[in-house]
Design a protein around this ligand. Structure first.
Ligand code: ZN
Ligand code: ZN
Length: 377
């Protein structure tokens, strides 16, 4: 797919500047005096800078009253300047190997204030910042940043749509690789190659759960040899050049599956359909979980559906919102998440069907389109 070259690696500078401004405003509303964001999805969201998280401190500092700046190691100045940071109105402050970058960050924020640190900051950096700012109070910046990231813009939805269509292209090829006599690892290697071929820049996970391994939702790959009649759960995903992630599960059968499997697979497909159809603005996240769970429970498999129905997705494979009992948060247009009920019979086999769904202005839109009918390979 030539799409990789066509996908811009970051949003337009105007969008990034807008995100920085909204982050500052949201921090102020929550009584936070400054945000400190180290490399990871939050930094990429705010600045387009896909910095590698390393031991040397890189930190975006956004004081509510004052200019945003980014502190980077001297040897990474060129990399930072080559990123969208070079085009944003962000002063780049560098530190050399014998400097104390934590003191530098501390000098940019109010000593007595409330400092929001990004949720993914390494603990060692959190603690060293605390030492450098003994009068400040640290809180998680997640409350600020999740509010920005949880509702995807039309451009972000388009990015997730591209990721969905890329992973669909891999699933379309899976039946050709699933054969009795091959190991899960051999099939997984074909899948991993294809995930890159269709335009992802990284393979994030490859689950090939054959036979009894299909009953373990986070089974990865093993040397197990696929046998005739095995149901096989294939859950795969990667990251696209713009940072957005794919995640899609289909369950296949190598030859004719057992009759009891066919019975619960039909239940599962109905449950997944019901949950996708339930998605619309104004309903709670937990009600989507219930829409799937009720169908499965009524058919007598409630105890075999051992995980939540879904997770948000964007610059991370797992992010807010989570579709789980207890999450009463209301769905809004732009929220994107997986709908992935499963039924698992320990020691025997299992099944899961997963699509990424975006909440639109009236209904949900599935971003994965390969058949959900059982494909017998
Ligand atoms: Zn998945
Ligand atoms: Zn998932």
């Amino acid at each position: 797919m030539p799409a990789a070259a066509a996908i811009p690696p970051h949003p337009p500078l105007a969008d990034l500047a807008d995100r920085l401004a909204r982050a500052r405003a949201a921090a102020g509303e929550l009584g936070i005096d400054a945000l400190v964001v180290t490399p990871g999805p939050d930094l990429r969201y705010l600045t387009g800078y896909d910095a590698v998280p390393l031991e040397r401190l890189t930190a975006l500092v956004i004081p509510v009253d004052g200019e945003a700046r980014i502190v980077v190691p001297g040897l990474e100045r060129a990399a930072a300047a080559a990123s969208p940071i070079g085009g944003l109105d962000l002063e780049v402050l560098t530190w050399e190997e014998t400097d104390d970058p934590y003191a530098l960050v501390a000098s940019l924020v109010a000593r007595e204030g409330v400092v929001g640190v990004d949720n993914h900051m390494w603990a060692e950096k959190v603690l060293r910042l605390r030492e450098a700012m003994p009068g400040a109070r640290q809180v998680l910046a997640g409350a600020v940043l999740r509010e920005l990231r949880v509702r995807k813009s039309p451009a972000e939805v388009a990015a997730l749509r591209r990721a969905g269509s890329a992973i669909d292209q891999v699933h379309e090829q899976v039946p050709g690789w699933l054969r009795a006599g091959r190991t899960e690892r051999e099939v997984g290697a074909d899948i991993a190659d294809a995930i890159l071929q269709v335009g992802h820049v990284s393979v994030d996970f490859v689950i090939v759960g054959s036979g009894p391994n299909g009953a373990s939702p986070h089974h990865a790959l093993s040397e197990r040899v696929i046998e005739p009649g095995d149901p096989v759960v294939v859950d795969i995903g990667g990251t696209m050049p713009d940072g957005y992630c794919s995640d899609c599960t289909r369950t296949y059968s190598v030859g004719e599956p057992p009759a009891d499997f066919l019975a619960y697979y039909a239940v599962l497909a109905r449950a997944q359909d019901a949950a996708c159809a339930h998605v619309r603005p104004g309903v709670s996240a937990e009600s989507v979980d219930a829409a799937a769970r009720d169908v499965i429970a009524e058919a007598g498999y409630g105890a075999q559906f051992i995980h939540r129905t879904g997770h948000g997705i964007g610059l991370q494979t797992h992010e807010d919102p989570y579709l789980v009992s207890g999450n009463t948060e209301t769905l809004e247009p732009g929220m994107a998440f997986s709908v992935e009920p499963g039924i698992y019979l320990p020691g025997r086999h299992g099944a899961r069907i997963e699509d990424i769904v975006v909440c639109g202005s009236e209904a949900g839109e599935r971003l994965n389109h390969t058949t959900r009918d059982l494909v017998v390979c």
